[in-house]
Write a protein that binds this ligand. Structure first.
Ligand code: GLA
Length: 674
């Protein structure tokens, strides 16, 4: 995102928070469109995403064009005062593309073709796909570039395709040649002396296709990089076309949270608007914290600026094995949670529930039962309420704490052959995030090579790959006063996937004042002991699955494994502190450790005390308090405030109903005397 480009502010200007959803009128006869427009107005809808899956309607046969229906849709939306986020239809090619241009169809790692009949059947490296998608996008954008209904552009949908075909292999080799110039460098980087994998001609180099045994991890790591870059190249090609033909309108594509195949750090600078699709699993007890973590990732990708929740569901999805509906109040709570964490757009998949096709059982803003339903009443009430909050658009959220996350490290860490598959990058991020969230501490996600000066506490729950330059930077940041926490299996590999030699984590050994020599996964739990400054045991906690043989080299030992080897160390280094946690502590122990990290970093939550299940975050000058629990809770705070939602004055605390939300404007100065 660049400052001189149009952005989300271009769309929110004069509209406030954006509310709406994916609108697929091509699934309905035109008389329903009229009802849609009327209902949208009543529900305060001000933005709809149109055309995501309309390639087959726009180009029913190769080269044919039918834009007349879309003309009418855009006119109708414009007349209803609903802005359009117009999508390029390239996520779902019509069957004719695969039929006439079979090389557009993706091939999986086993060499099987993935056919049309669903969606997403395109190979990111296919020249035929590129030519045909560019043609339809050009005509679409030329036609609607200046249409007054079109407020922004939406490229494709949820980029994530991977293809192992011969054309992809060619492109992979091209990408590798840019990276390594010569085969010698490639052989060196991939460590091909192992198992006799030496390449003597470029033509021998392939994607990591299905093979008899474990495929070279460095080859797979480069393949993951290539796949993300290849999709990005496709996104950029469409984007550049739109920029040329429709300058002045911002462009987005929708992310999928912690979606492993795509490195969103490299994508984010290429987008005018960061947008995300978020479908929590209500059967996961930690889903509210996961939601917060994912929203914080989006805000961080947007460089701290507002972002958009492009898709969420009003109720149940239909693609999990068992799909829980949302209780009353949940859709509002989830949407306001995203606003609290920096979202300026709250959109849903989809406006009207489909009567046919693969998503017949997916909830929508207008259910099949029609507008006279509890579900639609909730949607309408929420839309109107968001309207009242228009001033919030554009305000920002600040964090003192960062969690380090790097897609390349994630790819490298979760290789097939490793000490334990019970280590999970995203689970460890969530484990460390959760106690901070519980205490109302706002967290950003940061790439390890990003600027860390805004933060006082930086946590790397599992940073398997760390470059020497980043390790030096982190070390100097601690020396200058930062507080760093490093979790297990961090600092183990270089960016090629070669493990560092010497005691681990080699590049962070000095700053941690501790080092290890062996990973020792365990089956189930181990009992660890807290130690005081004199080394005495001060209680116990459990950890699971993972232990290490480490020794303190200047750090104090905070906790030990059975057998008395260090499990957690703390090292005063320069003006800062570096912690090393060599296991997966249980939630209570991580909460205890988090309190100590916070004390070292002098970081505190936005409220002194938060009842279980209550989330608190400050956006702009407003304090948001959200009750994710099923019971009424009282949340204490000091002094006077006004609840912006109700206008009620409050003193010293607020009561929140189940799934209730309060947005507080606190009054400066000491509390008034009673
Ligand atoms: C994704 C897609 C939508 C729809 C929803 C269903 O987010 O982008 O087209 O399939 O999932 O949950």
């Amino acid at each position: 995102m660049s400052a001189d480009r149009p952005g989300l502010h271009t769309v929110t200007q004069g509209r406030g928070l954006l509310f709406g959803g994916d609108y697929n009128p091509e699934q309905w006869p035109e008389h329903v469109w009229e009802e849609d427009a009327a209902l949208m107005r009543k529900a305060g809808v001000n933005l709809v995403t149109v055309g995501v899956f309309s390639w087959g309607r726009l180009e029913p046969s190769p080269g044919e064009r039918d834009f007349a229906w879309l003309d009418r849709v855009l006119e109708l939306m414009h007349g209803a005062g609903v802005a359009v986020d117009l999508a390029t239809p390239t996520a779902s090619p019509p069957p004719w593309l695969g039929h006439h241009f079979p090389r557009t169809l993706p091939v999986n790692e086993a060499g099987n073709t993935l056919w049309y009949g669903a969606r997403n059947q395109w190979c990111p490296s296919s020249r035929d796909y590129h030519a045909r998608s560019t043609a339809i996008v050009t005509d679409l954008v030329e036609r609607y570039a200046d249409h007054p209904a079109v407020a922004m552009w939406h490229v494709g949908n949820e980029f994530g395709q991977v293809c192992y075909c011969d054309e992809a292999a060619e492109e992979f080799r091209f990408w590798l040649r840019q990276r390594y110039t010569g085969l010698d460098a490639l052989n060196e980087a991939w460590g091909t002396t192992f198992w006799s994998q030496h390449y003597s001609e470029w033509e021998q180099v392939l994607p990591p296709r299905l093979a008899p045994y474990i495929v070279n991890p460095s080859q797979k790591l480069d393949w993951a990089r290539f796949c993300s870059d290849e999709l990005l190249a496709h996104y950029k090609a469409e984007r550049d076309l739109i920029r040329e033909l429709s300058p002045g309108k911002p462009i987005t594509t929708n992310y999928m949270g912690f979606f492993k195949p795509v490195d969103y750090w490299s994508w984010a600078p290429e987008q005018d608007i960061i947008s995300n699709d978020w479908y929590p699993d209500l059967s996961d007890p930690r889903f509210p914290a996961r939601a917060a973590l994912t929203h914080d990732l989006m805000r961080s990708l947007a460089g701290g600026k507002p972002w958009m929740l492009m898709e969420q569901s009003t109720g149940a999805v239909n693609w999990r094995p068992h799909n829980l509906p949302k209780p009353a109040g949940q859709l509002r709570l989830e949407s306001l949670q995203a606003v609290a964490r920096g979202a300026d757009g709250l959109c849903y998949f989809q406006w009207r529930q489909s009567a046919f096709g693969a998503e017949r059982f997916h909830s929508a803003m207008v259910p099949l039962a029609g507008p006279d339903t509890e579900a639609h009443a909730e949607v309408r009430a929420h839309g109107l309420e968001l309207h009242e909050l228009h001033d919030i658009a554009g305000t920002e959220v600040r964090a003192d704490v960062a969690l380090l996350h790097d897609w390349h490290s994630w790819w490298a860490a979760e290789e097939r052959a490793r000490p334990s598959d019970r280590l999970s990058v995203v689970e460890q991020l969530t484990d460390y995030y959760h106690p901070l969230w519980r205490r109302g501490v706002t967290v950003d996600l940061a790439h390890p090579s990003s600027e860390l000066s805004p933060y006082r506490l930086v946590i790397a729950p599992q940073l398997f790959v760390i470059s020497d330059a980043d390790a030096v930077k982190l070390t100097e940041w601690v020396r200058a006063g930062g507080v760093l926490v490093v979790g297990p299996f961090s600092g183990i590999s270089d960016p090629r996937g070669h493990l560092h030699t010497g005691r681990f984590p080699a590049p962070l050994r000095d700053v941690l004042g501790a080092s290890g020599e062996a990973w020792r996964p365990v089956d189930g739990e181990v009992e660890c002991a807290w130690r005081d400054e004199t080394g005495f045991k001060q209680g116990f906690f459990t950890a699971r699955d993972w232990t290490e043989t480490i020794r303190a080299e200047g750090a104090e030992v905070v906790a030990t494994f059975p057998g008395d080897g260090p499990a957690v160390t703390r090292h005063a280094f320069g003006a800062g502190v570096a912690w090393y946690v060599a296991t997966l502590p249980d939630a209570a122990a991580l909460a205890e450790l988090t309190a100590r990290f916070m004390a070292d970093a002098q970081v505190s939550g936005v409220l002194a005390e938060l009842p279980e299940g209550v989330e608190a975050v400050r956006r702009g000058d407003l304090l948001w308090v959200l009750n994710h629990g099923d019971g009424t809770v009282s949340v204490p705070f000091e002094g006077d405030a006004v609840d912006v939602l109700t206008g009620s004055p409050l003193r010293d605390g607020v009561d929140l109903a189940p799934r209730g939300v309060a947005i507080l404007r606190q009054h400066a100065g000491p509390p008034a005397t009673r």
